[in-house]
Design a protein around this ligand. Structure first.
Ligand code: GDP
Length: 472
């Protein structure tokens, strides 16, 4: 009965679902965790078991406006291969060794923090590319405040540039464009502005809302200005956090170091982590034994937007796992143990993503308002035609969004975007790559392949009207 009302379906439906699993249950019977998961999944729900002590209440708790202070923006660098992402990250890392500070950024810990001449700071995630960005998002972590998209001005807006733009926009992350390699004789930044405008992206100089800065990641020309623009964007966003509470954030990476044990890089998103704190990170926990910044220096605390590497956890949490400081070590241990148990019981839990077959049912129970679609096709013309027709399928109850469309095979990156945005993938006259197929299976992403446009439209329309299930 409780489960039925939580899902807003009739008790009889839940009972029949149990019966189809070979369980004959009564209305007041308590179900075990596994049965609840399976039954809920039947109705399109993902189950999360919240222990009474395991509520993410620390995060949920609204901070009072007066407790919020500005924090540094957290930035990811994306763009087409060879357009200069790594060079930009390297330049920023080297150029911003704060005067008087011993040593530069020597350690790769997955993120670093730099200070500009103005005294303001920015945190960079040190793994360039939208793949890393979207993989984290698919794990439920959104860490990035602002994306820098690098475009080489002696080249063109390339497929991966478009992908990066779409991935950032699907995440609702503002973009600052770095028009790179302006030191090269063949550089033509206006050509890039023009190509962007054809994608409906107007840069500020041309009266649009997107900030763009000409730079050379090689000579450093314009880089400081680029970072100032990032800070401006951050001001508009009002990136703030409350430093005066238990630290909460996301795991950036972890490894097992032979000499030191488990080493994880954590990025604090709000609150503060201190030496001696008990940290719960995914299914692992531990007392903070040592903390280091990206310069390899020992630190004793880390506040909002600060990345640090941590010694002391009982294992290696995954990139994208949430962490939080706990008041009570025993409680942390209990929750970690339960999470490990759950993981073992259920295998690696993947989020249940939307499938075409499920759409009708979810609309019927009022649980579904937006259908996100990624379209890949063999030629531009058919992609546009398909995209236009699908957008027109939107109704009062359900809005169709095409979050990414491009020419080419269905790639792993398309599948990760689908996982992060809960989208289905429609392929027109194209197929998924071997890797894309594997990831789609793991992440349970629905890929539909068509060779006739109206067949695609008909099937999606039928799904939205709840007819598809009836046909099977
Ligand atoms: P990524 O694949 O986007 O990370 O690109 P890289 O940073 O590896 O850069 C690709 C190539 O372009 C390298 O040979 C860089 O030295 C070169 N490069 C990057 N930025 C600039 C620039 O501003 N000017 C010039 N002349 N070369 C650059």
């Amino acid at each position: 009965n409780d489960l039925a009302s939580m899902m807003d379906v009739s008790v009889n439906d839940v009972i029949s679902a149990c019966m189809s699993l070979g369980l004959f249950v009564s209305i007041n019977q308590r179900l075990d965790a596994e049965t609840i998961s399976i039954v809920a999944e039947e109705f399109g729900f993902e189950t999360e078991f919240v222990d009474s002590e395991d509520q993410e209440s620390v995060e949920e708790e609204e901070d009072k406006p007066e407790d919020l202070v500005e924090r540094y923006p957290i930035v990811t660098v994306m763009g087409h291969v060879d357009h200069g992402k790594t060079s930009l990250l390297d330049y920023v890392r080297k150029a911003n060794v704060i005067a008087g500070e011993a040593g530069g950024i020597t350690q790769h810990i997955g993120a670093y923090n730099v200070e500009l001449d103005s005294g303001k700071k920015i945190t960079f995630l040190d793994t360039p590319g939208h793949e890393a960005f979207t993989a984290m998002r698919a794990r439920g972590a959104q860490v990035t405040d602002i994306a820098i998209i690098v475009i080489a001005t002696d080249d063109n807006v390339m497929p991966q540039t478009k992908e990066a733009i779409n991935h950032a926009q699907a995440a609702g992350v503002p973009i600052v464009f770095a028009l790179n390699k302006v030191d090269r004789p063949a550089a033509n930044p206006d050509k890039i502005r023009e190509e962007l405008s054809q994608m409906n992206i107007l840069v500020e100089e041309w009266g649009g809302k997107f900030q763009a800065q000409e730079i050379s990641a090689k000579t450093g020309q314009g880089v400081e200005d680029l970072l100032e623009k990032v800070l401006l964007e951050a001001e508009l966003l009002e990136v703030k956090a409350n430093p005066n509470k238990n630290g909460v954030g996301t795991v950036i990476e972890s490894e097992l170091d032979k000499g030191r044990g488990y080493v994880s890089t954590l990025l604090v998103q709000s609150g503060t982590v201190r030496m001696g704190d008990v940290v719960l990170a995914g299914p692992h926990y531990g007392k903070v034994k040592a903390m280091f910044n990206e310069r390899g220096q020992k630190i004793t605390e880390a506040g909002p937007s600060m990345p640090f590497s941590l010694l002391g956890l009982s294992g290696a949490p995954n990139a994208g796992d949430k962490f939080r400081v706990m008041d009570d070590e025993k409680e942390a241990k209990n929750i970690a143990t339960k999470r490990l148990q759950l993981q073992r019981e259920q295998g690696v839990r993947t989020k249940k993503h939307i499938t075409l077959d499920e759409i009708g049912r979810r609309i019927a129970i009022g649980d579904f308002q937006e259908l996100n679609v990624i379209i890949k096709g063999d030629v531009d013309g058919s992609i546009e035609a398909l995209s236009d027709s699908l957008l027109k399928l939107s109704t009062d109850q359900i809005q169709v969004n095409v979050i990414h469309k491009s020419v080419g095979q269905i790639s792993e990156s398309d599948v990760m975007l689908a996982a992060a945005s809960d989208a289905i993938i429609v392929g027109f006259q194209v197929r998924p790559s071997v890797n894309a197929r594997k990831v789609a299976e793991r992440e349970e992403i629905d890929i539909r392949l068509y060779s006739i446009i109206y067949a695609a439209i008909d099937e999606i329309k039928a799904a939205m009207e709840g007819m598809l299930a009836a046909k099977i």
